[in-house]
Design a protein around this ligand. Structure first.
Ligand code: ADP
Length: 542
């Protein structure tokens, strides 16, 4: 017997319809490439998303055609989120920090038809457009007066001229909720990049789960600042969760430095912000230098790479901001776990609470996870056994776009490439990416653990731990360190700092001081590049 409830497809257009009707006055604030602060409302975004949809129809784009963006976080990008997907096309967010050759490869692979770009990326588009063989329309995200006359890009139009005169009415099409809505390529640290192709259904379910209290806890009372780029896994789904809850949105545009982010948090009364640890490192540095305080920020979700415990304490103890440590990946839309406390933890003392908070957190409803050993046997949830982490759920990929790389699934589960423990309360702790684990004398050393200890030293701005070949032990850890500006730190002092904080054999064999650690397109440390830089290095202990 079937239930007798209405069957309604879960479509992204319903989010902006809802936001317009129930939170029409809700504010969308953007720092623009033009340098000014732009203000509009959900009502404006909804109207302009419909105009985008009309403009796409005018280009005769077919259902499922890809529309690419090269853009910062801002209101026009948000309109494309709704206008492109809502009208049945697929939004392809390109990462402008990639090498131009990679951008060409990705745009051709996804067969993008349209490219909408912020003017700051004009030099990239000039360099790549002739090689992007499927793109028929280039649109600069600006008004007609800011459009360069001699760009050399054929048929270049301004966004405002392209969509501004379109009708404000548009009937969003109804279609199967499993239709593709957007796509994001992984960084491709091994081999060519592969794309996760999200659906309307996966996006809505993910946005719903992400907004829940034990996830990101988003509401109409929030002012949300996604520092995480809209070109990286849909800014962790925040644009969708915000429309679903009616939260105010604050977009940083191109200004991602510590001062600009801090100023925006204060001026827009931001209550909730999201980003990778390296972004917060810059902002905390700026605040410490200027003796600054937050007046409205309540919580921040930090993920994408392990959040050092020192950063969690700095936010919590020094600024009264709750850190939600979260874990996920492009293939998971991206949310998998978020670290929030259970009732039983509330009576714990500060250091015991901290021991929970540094973990990557509990799986949110919708994400199933397990850890397995090398034979494929499931390991216990005891917080000690570590193994390969596998996941499944309605917003986890089942295969990559165009079947690249073959079927990734292992008996229906997606292997994350991470190594983790899970404790009896279900809290996941990532030990490492499997390729970053240091194998020393048959034992594993977590590079994240070593980095976390180094980061707790007051003179350390950034630390990366990598394994170096060793004739006896196979590999030994070394820690590569960037000192804080003006700080003094000797190798021996840092090595001594590890004493008593970890097992003796897990203490790095050496410290290498460096001016900067290479960061990838999503702000993560690039250990592959770092290893290349250090290829002539010899371990003093070898
Ligand atoms: P890529 O870095 O390949 O572009 P993602 O951005 O999807 O892809 O990265 C996902 C990976 O980032 C995870 O598999 C995990 O290794 C790492 N990661 C994400 N969040 C965390 C976290 N909170 N702690 C440790 N590692 C994390």
């Amino acid at each position: 017997m079937l239930g007798l409830m209405q069957s309604q497809q879960l479509l992204i257009s319903s989010l902006i319809d809802f936001a317009e009707r129930h939170h029409g006055e809700g504010e969308i604030v953007s720092r623009r490439v033009e340098g000014d602060i732009h203000r509009c409302s959900y009502k404006d975004i909804a109207r302009r998303s419909r105009q985008v949809a009309n403009a796409l129809d005018g280009m005769q784009l077919a259902f499922g055609d890809r529309v690419a963006t090269l853009a910062w976080n801002g209101y026009r990008h948000l309109e494309l989120y709704f206008g492109v997907s809502g009208s049945g096309r697929v939004l392809h967010t390109l990462n402008p920090r990639l090498h131009p050759d990679q951008i060409v490869w990705i745009a051709n692979h996804s067969e993008d038809q349209v490219l909408c770009f912020d003017m700051s990326f004009l030099p990239i588009v000039k360099a790549v457009h002739a090689r992007c063989t499927t793109i028929k329309h280039f649109i600069a995200l600006c008004d007609a007066t800011n459009l360069p006359a001699d760009s050399g890009i054929p048929g270049l139009q301004s966004y405002e001229a392209w969509m501004g005169n379109q009708a404000a009415q548009y009937a969003w099409p109804e279609f199967d909720e499993n239709s593709a809505s957007s796509m994001c390529y992984t960084s491709g640290t091994t081999g060519n990049p592969k794309a996760a192709l999200y659906s309307h259904r996966s996006t809505i379910l993910h946005a719903w789960a992400g907004a829940m209290p034990d996830a990101l806890n988003m509401s109409a009372r929030d002012s949300v600042l996604p520092v995480v780029p809209m070109f990286h896994v849909n800014a962790w789904g925040l644009p969708y969760s915000a429309a679903m809850t009616g939260a105010k949105m604050v977009f940083p545009g191109p200004a991602m430095d510590g001062k600009s982010i801090f100023d925006l948090i204060e001026s827009e009364k931001v209550t909730f912000a999201a980003g990778v640890p390296t972004v917060w490192q810059m902002m905390l540095g700026h605040m410490q230098q200027g003796g600054l305080r937050f007046s409205t920020l309540k919580r921040t979700v930090i993920g994408g790479s392990a959040c050092p415990p020192a950063m969690i304490s700095a936010f919590n103890d020094d600024y009264g901001v709750e850190v939600l440590h979260a874990w996920g990946m492009t293939e998971m839309s991206p949310l998998g776990t978020v670290c929030t406390l259970k009732n039983k933890h509330l009576s714990l003392d500060a250091s015991q609470k901290m021991a929970v908070r540094i973990k990557q957190g509990r799986g949110i409803y919708g994400v199933d996870m397990k850890i397995i050993d090398e034979k494929g046997e499931e390991l216990p949830w005891d917080g000690k056994a570590y193994g390969d982490l596998l996941v499944k759920g309605p917003w986890v990929i089942r295969e990559y776009f165009k079947g690249e790389g073959g079927s990734p699934l292992v008996k229906g589960w997606f292997p994350t490439g991470d190594v983790a423990t899970i404790d009896a309360d279900g809290y996941l702790q990532i030990t490492d990416r499997s390729k970053d684990v240091i194998k020393s004398g048959g034992e594993w050393i977590s590079s994240i653990d070593v980095e976390n200890i180094a980061m707790a030293h007051p003179a350390v701005a950034m630390a990366a731990c990598i394994g170096m070949k060793h004739p006896k032990w196979d590999e030994r850890p070394v820690v590569v360190v960037v000192k804080k500006p003006g700080a003094d730190l000797a190798r021996e002092e840092l090595l001594a700092f590890f004493e008593g904080k970890t097992a003796k054999w897990q203490i790095p064999d050496d410290v290498i001081f460096i001016d900067a650690i290479p960061l990838g397109a999503t702000g993560k440390m690039q250990k592959v590049k770092l290893r290349e830089t250090l290829k002539d290095y010899h371990l003093p202990t070898a």
